[in-house]
Design a protein around this ligand. Structure first.
Ligand SMILES: [Zn+2]
Length: 60
C-alpha cells in the first residue's frame, strides 16, 4: 500500500498516511495524528491518476 506524507495542523510534525484507491477519491476522513494524537481531517484527492493527501484541522 502506498503512503503519502501529511503535516499535522496541530503539532506540525510530518507522518505518512495510507492512500485509498483512486476510485475512492476524493474523500475526507477523520484521522488522529500519529505524533500528538489530536484529531484532524485528511483530504484525499486524485490528480492525473495520482492520489495524494493533505491534512487540515477539524475546525477549519
Ligand atoms: Zn500532531
Amino acid at each position: 500500500m502506498s503512503t503519502y506524507p501529511v503535516t499535522c495542523p496541530t503539532c506540525f510534525e510530518e507522518f505518512e498516511v495510507p492512500l485509498p484507491p483512486a476510485g475512492e477519491t476524493p474523500a475526507e476522513v477523520d484521522y488522529d495524528c500519529e505524533i500528538c494524537c489530536r484529531p484532524m481531517i485528511v483530504v484525499y484527492e486524485v490528480d492525473d491518476n495520482e492520489v495524494y493527501a493533505s491534512a487540515r484541522g477539524i475546525h477549519e
